[in-house]
Design a protein around this ligand. Structure first.
Ligand code: NAP
Ligand code: ZN
Ligand code: ZN
Length: 358
């Protein structure tokens, strides 16, 4: 096992310096590994719509310079002196947070994503000691072993990267609200999150319907395991499916007419929001009361559940559908995500830092 070095190291990174600024190739410092730290050579980083919301300050003011990226897959290159969970050469991932208080009731319950002191986000945040965090659009990262996931054999690193956010963000609510045989589940929006929702809900045995703006991606949706596919631009979809679903998971990054979607739930049905558009949403209490419906939200998943999700994906042969891009194509890719022109996740090949800029 290679000895951990005691100095910080420089990593290549894509940096944006403001909400309307393009990316530039630059370098950042990664801390020297502490006793429980794992140093990861990043191989692939997924592009999540949350990167764009934050990088463009759609969720309020952000910290710049910013290196986004919380769908990270790579190989362990060094370990601190007391690391027991990982060894050099292991295939690993990092998701949306890199630390949490470890003491609050939610952390103790393995729900670190709801840490009462606030978990430490992988980027656009600060460590508890005040150091800014930088994400996965970079060649390496140093993370405490307790916040690192193992990527099982059988799932390639490029298709694994998006599981670290998109995968767990759908797996967690589908589990919590018991998607499975006999349950009618709708996934709204078939982008990065949505297409993983279709695959996971189908693998859990639910009857899966995609509600997409148009039927242009119907063939893909059915290939991913959807039983039905409807266009939400067609008014008749809402008449035909009124009162139909037990569970609807909304992955849309823009505001939707919520009452119309609540109307698709049957008795005791639940609409879960995982998409987080900027601004406020509104709905009528009647839309809930009439059929004892619930409306809820869900945020990524804890470390234990994220590992369960990765193992589940390996067992069922699931990975993300990806378009691999170079580090110089990220600005264009962000625009394409905003235009719903993504099939179904952009993944940055971090080795392209090694090639000269276009
Ligand atoms: P994405 O790849 O852009 O997918 C969003 C999909 O929503 C699009 O592909 C499109 O699907 C649909 N859509 C977009 N604009 C729409 C509009 N104006 N009206 C109706 N449908 C529209 O984004 P993503 O990475 O999956 O992320 C989706 C949302 O989830 C973002 O807001 C993101 O910040 C949030 N998120 C939340 C969590 C969490 O923990 N809760 C985690 C990750 C991401 P169709 O073309 O099929 O209609
Ligand atoms: Zn994300
Ligand atoms: Zn906590």
């Amino acid at each position: 096992m290679s000895e951990a070095t005691t100095t910080s190291r420089t990593a290549d990174a894509l940096v944006t310096r403001g909400a309307s600024q393009p990316f530039e190739r630059s370098t950042i410092e990664r801390r020297a590994p502490r006793a429980h730290d794992v140093v990861i050579d990043i191989k692939f980083a997924g592009i999540c719509h949350s990167d764009i919301h934050q990088g463009r300050e759609e969720w309020g003011s952000a910290l710049f310079p910013m290196v986004p990226g919380h769908e990270i897959a790579g190989i362990v290159s060094e370990v601190g002196s007391e690391v027991s969970k990982y060894s050099v050469g292991d295939r690993v991932g990092v998701g949306c947070f890199v630390d949490s208080c470890r003491e609050c009731e939610n952390c103790k319950a393995g729900e670190e994503q709801y840490c009462l002191q606030g978990e430490v986000p992988t980027y656009n945040g600060k460590q508890y000691d005040g150091e800014p965090t930088f994400g996965g659009y970079s060649t390496s990262i140093v993370v405490d072993e307790n916040y690192v996931l193992g990527i099982p054999e059988g799932v390639e690193l490029d298709v694994a990267a998006p599981l670290l956010c998109a995968g767990i963000t759908l797996f967690s609510p589908l589990h919590h609200w018991e998607a499975g045989p006999g349950k009618k589940v709708a996934i709204v929006g078939m982008g990065g999150l949505g297409h993983m929702g279709v695959k996971i809900a189908a693998a859990l045995g639910a009857e899966v319907t995609v509600l997409s703006q148009t039927t242009s991606k119907e063939e893909d949706g059915k290939k991913f395991g959807a039983d039905h596919y409807y266009a939400t631009k067609e008014e008749e979809t809402f008449e035909k499916l009124a009162g139909h679903f037990d569970l609807i998971v909304n992955t849309v990054s823009a505001d939707l007419p919520i009452d119309k979607y609540l109307g698709l739930l049957g008795l005791n049905g639940t609409l879960v929001h995982v998409g987080i558009p900027e601004g406020d949403s509104s709905y009528q209490a009647f839309s809930l009361a009439g059929m004892r419906r619930s409306m809820a939200g869900s945020k990524i998943g804890g470390i234990r559940e994220t590992q369960e999700m990765l193992d589940f994906c390996a067992e069922h042969g699931l990975g993300a559908e990806i378009e691999v891009i170079s580090v110089d194509d990220v600005d264009k890719a962000w625009d394409r995500v905003v235009d719903s022109d993504v099939r179904y996740r952009f993944v940055i090949d971090v080795s392209t830092f090694g090639s000269s800029a276009a």
